[in-house]
Structures are given as structure tokens and as C-alpha cells.
Design a protein around this ligand. Structure first.
Ligand SMILES: C[S@@+](CC[C@H](N)C(=O)[O-])C[C@H]1O[C@@H](n2cnc3c(N)ncnc32)[C@H](O)[C@@H]1O
Length: 204
């Protein structure tokens, strides 16, 4: 069992403990010193795993999310949480919950929130990354934009993590699985494993 400063199970989100442990392990496997970056922080559940591993190894974690929620989080959609609705009830704002999680976990000295659309942040990004975790928008357009914008920022030897991979279409949406296949087809990665729905690859 991982010793974490805050129990992720008490935080809203979509990261089961067995996959969270692999996030933590991925940081340990990454080239030393390089920063890590997650796309899709929501309320900070995955951030606890990645951020704690980064803190313990002296790294910085950039947490990219516009905090306006994905399609499925919007009012009237299947994963909408009324506690995260904006005051006018028309949208979603997860930034307050995210900040509270980072503070409660003691990760303010390690986690840098980047509150922006991921494609916008990618346009100006120049620092090589040790870990890239993709868990942002799950539409084909959003997933492809994350891959195109961020995978080139991964350092040689860096780890690419893709969440919500469902090889069987009956189990879930296709875009993350398509990224998983795309990364393998590119021959630029060595597969380290598929842990439940979390794919882990190392850039050659
Ligand atoms: C599935 S949730 C992330 C779950 C989180 N990793 C966890 O452990 O609970 C997806 C997140 O991606 C964010 N998101 C979706 N599309 C985005 C985009 N284009 N740019 C930035 N963030 C985006 C949403 O706001 C949402 O918080």
C-alpha cells in the first residue's frame, strides 16, 4: 500500500487506487529530475498520486485543466455533479475543489496548476517532460489534439500514460484506445503495460 498524505478515495474523481498506484510508480521510473505533466486534473484525485511521487523525488508536476469539465460533466449529462456546478447552474467549475485537494495533500510546493485548454498550453510549451499523463477530453478531437500537442514534449526515456483504454468497444469510448494503438504503431514507444484501463509506454 502507498503511504499518501491524503486519501484519494475521499476526493471526487475517476482514478481507482490500483491505477493510481501505477501513476505513482511511473514517476519513479521516469528519467530523474524532469518535470511531469497531467492533462485532466478534475478535483485532483490523480494529482495526489502523481504529485506525491513528484514531491518525493524533487520534481515539479504541471496540472493542466481548464476546469470547466468535459462534455460528460456538463449539466444534464451522465457524469454531472451538482456540487461542482457554476453559480448560474449552466456549467462546471472544478478549480476550487482542485485547489483544496492540493492544499490538503500538502502539494502546493510541487504542483503548478495550468488553468487553460490543453492545446493552448501546448502551443507555448518547451520543457522536456519525464511523464505525460493524458486524461483530458475523451472526444476524438480532444484526444487527438492532446496527443499531437503534447507527445512531442516527452523526453527520450519519458513515460506516456493514457487513461480509460477499453480494447472492447462495449466497455467504453474509443479515443483513448486509439491513442494507445497510435503510440504503438508509431514505433517510438516500448509498451510497459496496460494496468486495468491505464496504458504505460516508454519513449525510446
Ligand atoms: C476524466 S476528467 C479527469 C479525471 C482526473 N484525472 C481524476 O483523477 O479524477 C477530465 C478532465 O479534463 C478536463 N478537460 C477536458 N477537455 C480539456 C481541454 N481541452 N483542456 C483542458 N482540460 C480539459 C476537464 O475539465 C476534466 O476536469
Amino acid at each position: 500500500m502507498l503511504d499518501l498524505p491524503l486519501d484519494p478515495e475521499g476526493v471526487k474523481g475517476f482514478m481507482p487506487p490500483e491505477e493510481g498506484m501505477e501513476l505513482y510508480r511511473a514517476v519513479e521510473l521516469a528519467p530523474p529530475g524532469l518535470p511531469c505533466l497531467e492533462i485532466g486534473s478534475y478535483c485532483g484525485k490523480s494529482t495526489i498520486y502523481l504529485g506525491t511521487a513528484c514531491q518525493r523525488s524533487g520534481r515539479v508536476l504541471f496540472a493542466v485543466d481548464h476546469h470547466a469539465g468535459s462534455e460528460e460533466h456538463q449539466p444534464g449529462e451522465g457524469y454531472h455533479d451538482p456540487e461542482l456546478a457554476t453559480a448560474d447552474g449552466q456549467g462546471v467549475d472544478t478549480f476550487g475543489a482542485f485547489r483544496a485537494t492540493v492544499k490538503a495533500a500538502g502539494l502546493e510546493d510541487t504542483v503548478v496548476p495550468v488553468v487553460a485548454p490543453s492545446a493552448l498550453a501546448a502551443r507555448a510549451w518547451a520543457t522536456p517532460l519525464g511523464v505525460l499523463f493524458i486524461d483530458g477530453g475523451h472526444s476524438r478531437e480532444a484526444a487527438q489534439a492532446d496527443y499531437a500537442g503534447w507527445v512531442p514534449k516527452l523526453a527520450s526515456g519519458g513515460l506516456l500514460l493514457i487513461h480509460d483504454i477499453f480494447p472492447n468497444p462495449a466497455d467504453g469510448g474509443r479515443p483513448p484506445y486509439e491513442l494507445w494503438c497510435q503510440a504503438q504503431d508509431s514505433r517510438k514507444f516500448e509498451v510497459l503495460g496496460l494496468f486495468h484501463t491505464l496504458g504505460m509506454l516508454r519513449k525510446r
